[in-house]
Ligand binder design. Structure first.
Ligand code: SAM
Length: 170
């Protein structure tokens, strides 16, 4: 599911047997009818300034014994970061997509809705090269000569990725 029809039709062409839909992930009217055993949300939640909205969508979709996996930016420090980026050279205007809410806030909201949760570390293992024409595209760098890779883009903001796993408390 994606909000942009052209991306959904491109996906449908790539995977002819799949089921794809246009919709808004935080509008229950456009969500598919569950309940589902597994719900994935991949590098989407950072678009929303209120994390309760996407956690409520998972609550709406997930079955009693289901698991949800949310991959993207989460701040390990107890600091919530709301971001707008404007690629001046390409005239993008102010874009959403890089909010980095803390594990503390997301965990609290999940627990308030009766979820057990766990954050899994993500360590990039392959280099992703910089795209000179697209300053907002994320690419890997090594910090202080370390062999460990981390992601940044033209904002210079470090991208701290993690996988959030959620299930309903018994
Ligand atoms: C970083 S991309 C990730 C795309 C895909 N999930 C993946 O992992 O390759 C973020 C996607 O979120 C979509 N998007 C933004 N707001 C959305 C919303 N409210 N509901 C559904 N999709 C949304 C954008 O169109 C974009 O394709």
């Amino acid at each position: 599911m994606d909000i942009h029809p052209e991306l959904v039709s491109a996906a449908a062409k790539l995977v002819p047997g799949g089921e794809f839909r246009v919709g808004n992930a935080v509008d229950t009217a456009t969500l598919p009818t569950g309940p589902f055993d597994v719900v994935f949300m991949l590098t989407l939640h950072s678009h929303f300034d209120d994390p309760a909205r996407w956690i409520d969508s998972i609550d709406h979709l997930l079955g009693e014994r289901g698991r949800a996996y949310v991959f993207g930016l989460f701040n390990r420090s107890p600091v919530d970061v709301v971001i707008r980026m404007n690629d001046v050279a390409n005239g993008t205007g102010w874009l959403t997509g890089w909010n980095q809410f803390s594990e503390a806030t997301v965990g609290r909201l999940a627990a308030e809705r009766g979820f057990e949760y766990r954050f899994h570390e993500y360590t990039p293992i392959a280099r992703v090269e910089k795209d000179g024409a697209d300053s907002l595209r994320s690419h890997t760098v090594s910090i202080d000569g370390s062999s460990a890779l981390t992601f940044v883009n033209g904002s210079q903001m470090l991208h701290r990725f993690a996988l959030l796993e959620m299930k309903r408390s018994c």
